[in-house]
Design a protein around this ligand. Structure first.
Ligand SMILES: *[C@@H]1O[C@H](CO)[C@@H](O)[C@H](O)[C@H]1NC(C)=O
Ligand SMILES: *[C@@H]1O[C@H](CO)[C@@H](O)[C@H](O)[C@H]1NC(C)=O
Ligand SMILES: *[C@@H]1O[C@H](CO)[C@@H](O)[C@H](O)[C@H]1NC(C)=O
Length: 401
C-alpha cells in the first residue's frame, strides 16, 4: 500500500515534466488537473484509509473506490497527466479485489480497457484512427498526426449519442460544480459582436463552449442542425429523429402558454432553468408557425457564390436572425439565447456553412485579416479563427455530412 501511496503522490510532478506524447497536440493541463481533483474527491475516505495503513478501514471504502474508478473511466481532457491516477485507481482496485477478496464487486473493466488504449496505442501508417477522445486522426510514422474533432448532424446521430450529448450539456448547465462557468460563458453574449465579426467571433464562441463540455467528456463535440434539408417541417417534434422530440434524445417542443415554458424533453420546466443573472426562468419557446426557414436549395446557392460579404450578410440575416426569431422567446433575445440548447446547434451549423463556403471558394478573401483589434471578450484576433483546420490551441474541426 505504501507503494500505491507513492505512485499516487509523485505521479503529478513526474508526469508534468514528461508531457509529450501522441496526444500532446491538444493537451490541456488545467483541465487535467481539474479532472484529477474531481475524481479524487470521491476517494478521500480511501486515501485516509491508505494513509492509516489500516486494512479493515480500507475494506470499507469499496464504494468510494468504485466512484473514483467510474470517474476516471470517462475520457476527459487530452494528455498523459491523468494517466498515473488511472493507474493508481486500477492498481488499488486489482489489489483490493485479489487480497482477501475485500471488494468482490468492484468493476473496473472499462477503466482497464481505457487505460490500455490510452497508453499503448499503435496504428498502421496512412490509415485513419480514433484517439481516446474520439478525434479522427491520421496515422503517420506509427503515431497520430492531424487529429480532428468531428461535429455531427444532430438528426443523424444515434439516439444514444444524442442522449449522451444532452446529458452532458445539462450536467454542465445545472450541476453546482459547473454552473458558474455555464453562467459566465452565456454572459459573454450580453454584448453581441457586430456583423463584421459574426463568423470568427461565433467560431470562437462555439469552440469555447465545446471545450467546456469536453472537460466533462472529451468525446463531446457540438452537433449541428441542418434544418434546410427539411425546412418545411422545422417545427416538427413527432418523429423520433426530430430535434424537438420530447424523448431524452430531443430538445423538447414548443413552449406552452401562458408563459411559453417548455414542458417536455430534457430541458422542461422544473428540470432546467436559466441562471439567475439571465432571469432564472424556465426555457421558453414561441414558435412562429408562419415562418419559412431557408431551404437546401438556398443553402447550396449561398455557399457557391464567391463574395464573403454576400455570404456573411445573407447568413447573418436570412439564416441566423430568422432562426432566432422563428423559434422565439429565450432564443430571440441575445442575453438569454446562449442558455438554450438550440443556440449551439444553430451556430455549429452556421459555422459549417462558412467551412463549406471556404472549400468552394478557396481564393476568395475576407477583410478579416486586416482587423487589428482583439475580438470582444475573446483575447483573440479574428484572423486566428479563419481556418477550421488551424485553430488556436492546435485544434482542428471538421463537420461530418
Ligand atoms: C504517455 O504515455 C505513454 C505510455 O505510457 C508513453 O509512451 C508516452 O511517452 C507518454 N507521454 C508522456 C506525456 O509522458
Ligand atoms: C504513406 O504515405 C506516404 C506519403 O504518401 C508514403 O510516402 C508512404 O510510403 C506511405 N506509407 C505506407 C506504409 O503506406
Ligand atoms: C411570423 O412570421 C411571419 C412570416 O415571416 C411574419 O410576417 C410575422 O410578423 C411573424 N410573427 C411574429 C409575431 O413575429
Amino acid at each position: 500500500m505504501l507503494y500505491l501511496h507513492i505512485v499516487f503522490f509523485t505521479g503529478l510532478f513526474y508526469q508534468v515534466q514528461k508531457s509529450t506524447s501522441w496526444v500532446s497536440s491538444e493537451e490541456d493541463l488545467l483541465c487535467q488537473v481539474n479532472v484529477i481533483r474531481e475524481c479524487l474527491d470521491y476517494s478521500l475516505g480511501l486515501l485516509e484509509a491508505i494513509e492509516s495503513g489500516n486494512e479493515r478501514l480500507l475494506m470499507k471504502e469499496c464504494d468510494s473506490l468504485q466512484a473514483t474508478i467510474n470517474c476516471f473511466s470517462v475520457p476527459r481532457c487530452l494528455g498523459n497527466l491523468s494517466h498515473s491516477y488511472r493507474y493508481f485507481a486500477l492498481t488499488a482496485a486489482a489489489t483490493l479485489k485479489k487480497s482477501k477478496n475485500a471488494c468482490p464487486n468492484l468493476d473496473f473493466e472499462i477503466l482497464e480497457r481505457f487505460f490500455k488504449k490510452g497508453s499503448s496505442m499503435t496504428c498502421v501508417d496512412n490509415t485513419s484512427v480514433k484517439d481516446i477522445c474520439d478525434r479522427k486522426c491520421e496515422c503517420q510514422d506509427g503515431g497520430l498526426a492531424s487529429c480532428y474533432r468531428v461535429r455531427k448532424e444532430f438528426t443523424k446521430m444515434s439516439l444514444e449519442e444524442r442522449t449522451h450529448y444532452l446529458k452532458v450539456f445539462k450536467l454542465f448547465a445545472t450541476d453546482p460544480r459547473y454552473i458558474s462557468e455555464y453562467e459566465k460563458i452565456g454572459k459573454v453574449h450580453t454584448v453581441v459582436p457586430g456583423k463584421e465579426l459574426f463568423f470568427p467571433w461565433h467560431r470562437w464562441y462555439v469552440l469555447t463552449f465545446e471545450n467546456l463540455l469536453r472537460q466533462i467528456d472529451c468525446r463531446i463535440t457540438i452537433p449541428y442542425w441542418d434544418w434546410t434539408k427539411d425546412a418545411a417541417h422545422w417545427t416538427r417534434g413527432s418523429e423520433i429523429e426530430d430535434v424537438w422530440n420530447p424523448g431524452p434524445h430531443g430538445l423538447g417542443g414548443n413552449g406552452v402558454s401562458p408563459f411559453n415554458c417548455v414542458m417536455d424533453g430534457s430541458f422542461k420546466k422544473g428540470e432546467y432553468s436559466l441562471p439567475q443573472s439571465a432571469g432564472g426562468n424556465c426555457l421558453k419557446r414561441h414558435f412562429n408557425y408562419s415562418c419559412t426557414l431557408r431551404n437546401a436549395e438556398q443553402a447550396k446557392e449561398i455557399i457557391k457564390q464567391p463574395s464573403y460579404t454576400v455570404l456573411r450578410d445573407t447568413i447573418y440575416n436570412d439564416f441566423h436572425q430568422t432562426y432566432h426569431q422563428c423559434v422565439g422567446a429565450t432564443l430571440a433575445f441575445f442575453k438569454t439565447a446562449p442558455y438554450s440548447p438550440e443556440f449551439w446547434l444553430l451556430h455549429s451549423f452556421l459555422d459549417k456553412l462558412w467551412v463549406d463556403w471556404k472549400k468552394n471558394n478557396m481564393d476568395s478573401k475576407s477583410d478579416l485579416t486586416d482587423i487589428k483589434y482583439l475580438m470582444y471578450e475573446t483575447g483573440h484576433y479574428a484572423w486566428e479563427y479563419l481556418d477550421a483546420d488551424h485553430l488556436p490551441g492546435n485544434v482542428q474541426v471538421s463537420y461530418e455530412e
